[in-house]
Design a protein around this ligand. Structure first.
Ligand code: EPZ
Length: 431
């Protein structure tokens, strides 16, 4: 089993470049089933979820090649509509392959992707949206059988602005004759990127980024060469790394306008943030101030994917910070390990009250979900002594070699092999 070994106390300084956004690339990989022919995705992050999604496309009959940040998908071989059980469960976002498979083949079978570390992750809104397009869905024994032979454009209303359900309907409707409308659509930047991707392929989607999206179906789509938006959550994580170490970090290719809530909170904590076009620099104070309250919301509210990282920063800030996780029902699992590191956090339901402390102490801790694991690494950067983070495969799902990015900014962090006993083979830190 691999782990990260972090020696705290270094001040992070330097420049970093972002890959394409995981949460843009995953739906774009799904949408690459829609056209006939080859699609090229640039700045494609070398992360587990992307390779898992490519693995599913291969089982459906596509060819996928990832090399040095470029993913090529050749889908002329798309012939299967059944998603293998193991793969559906391996990656939750397999559920938004339903839309494109139905869009191309008019039938699909998928097993319930199931919950994950942060919640039950139901798919009722996905199924509601597809039923509004005339898909006959039978839900039997954990599998979902979809008959799209009578699919038609339609009006979809989402009780909650679900990101994945919005993306599923956008893709299912892209080749459907007529105009499909999505009301109360999710407004995340990754939705706008999916719209741009589909339109560059010859589609006609309008309104992404607002609550009302219209998709006018077209006869056919063609493959393209596309570079997705940069990863705003990786950017936010690195901004927090600068914040917790009192450092100064410049991110060279970011969309600051997609990070307004995160920049607002970090400024409230005393960071100076300079934006220059598609770059920004975070200059952190020696010690952060608490923010008053942080509530996660659908975009343009504060992103739930940045909650854990901001909670880690609050642990060392002067004063009391309140964090409310409104989006997922089980996304505070990083609190227990942070408390073992000396943090003072009280949790009641989805609310965490953090009383900042002078220092955290290094510990052996365990990543329990992707962003919570990243938060533990951030705490280790600021803690006194050595922190070992276990179960880092969860972190590798969304961060391509996080240890290399952080080392490049001056952190002392290494990927190590953990033995099963309660000790680890500590490699001497290479200078
Ligand atoms: C996407 O997940 C992201 N994943 C998540 O990022 C992100 O946290 C989430 O959007 C919210 O921004 C990808 O894009 C691959 P939702 P998704 O549907 O689509 C409930 C990360 O760390 N819901 O907007 O699954 C659901 O349970 C990951 O990068 C239903 O009730 O998010 C949750 O409480 C984690 N029924 C809320 O809506 C449904 O049918 C938000 O879910 C669908 C969702």
């Amino acid at each position: 089993m691999e782990g990260f070994r972090v020696l705290g106390g270094e001040i992070l300084e330097g420049q970093v470049r972002l890959d394409g956004a995981k949460n843009a690339v995953l739906p774009i990989l799904a949408a690459s089933l829609l056209p006939e022919g080859e699609t090229v995705i640039r700045d494609c992050p070398d992360i587990r979820d992307v390779h898992a999604m490519a693995g599913i496309l291969k089982t459906l009959g596509c060819d996928c090649f990832w090399r040095r940040g470029v993913m090529r998908i050749q889908n002329s071989g798309l012939k299967h509509w059944e998603m293998p059980d193991g793969l559906s469960k391996q990656i939750r976002s397999s559920i938004f392959l339903l839309g494109p498979i139905l869009g191309r083949l008019r039938r699909a079978t998928v097993t319930y992707p199931g919950g994950c570390e942060i919640g039950l992750r139901p798919i009722d809104l996905h199924l509601k949206g597809l039923r509004a397009l005339g898909v006959q869905i039978v839900d039997e024994g954990g599998a979902i059988y979809c008959d799209g032979s009578k699919m038609h454009a339609g009006d979809v209303y989402f009780d909650y602005p679900s990101v994945g359900a919005t993306e599923n309907v956008m893709m299912a409707a892209a080749l459907l004759p007529g105009v499909t409308t999505i009301h109360n659509a999710a407004r995340e930047p990754e939705i706008e990127d999916l719209q741009q991707f589909i339109n560059r392929m010859g589609g006609r989607v309008h309104g992404a980024g607002t609550q009302l999206i219209e998709i006018e179906g077209v006869q056919a789509l063609h493959g393209i060469d596309y570079a997705p938006i940069p990863d705003r959550i990786v950017a936010g994580t690195l901004m927090c790394a600068a914040a917790v170490t009192g450092g100064r970090v410049e991110i060279c290719n970011v969309h600051p306008w997609d990070l307004i809530p995160v920049m607002d909170k970090l400024k409230e904590m005393g960071c100076r943030i300079a934006e220059e076009g598609e770059a920004l620099t975070v200059d952190a104070p020696e010690r952060l101030r608490a923010f008053s309250i942080l509530q996660t919301q659908p975009h343009p509210g504060f992103p739930t994917d940045m909650q854990a990282q901001m909670l880690a920063a609050a642990c060392l800030a002067r004063g009391t910070s309140v964090i409310v996780e409104n989006v997922f029902e089980n996304r505070l699992s990083h609190v227990a390990d942070l408390c073992r590191m000396g943090a003072d956090i009280r949790v009641s339901g989805r609310t965490a009250v953090v009383q900042g402390v002078e220092a955290l102490r290094g510990q052996r801790v365990t990543a329990r979900d992707l962003r919570g694991g990243a938060a533990l690494v951030l705490a280790g950067l600021a803690a006194e002594g050595e922190t070992v983070v276990e179960n880092i495969g969860l972190i590798d799902r969304g961060y391509a070699r996080l240890e290399e990015m952080l080392s490049g900014l001056g952190a002392r962090i290494q990927r190590i092999q953990l033995t099963t006993e309660e000790h680890h083979v500590s490699a001497a830190f290479t200078p």
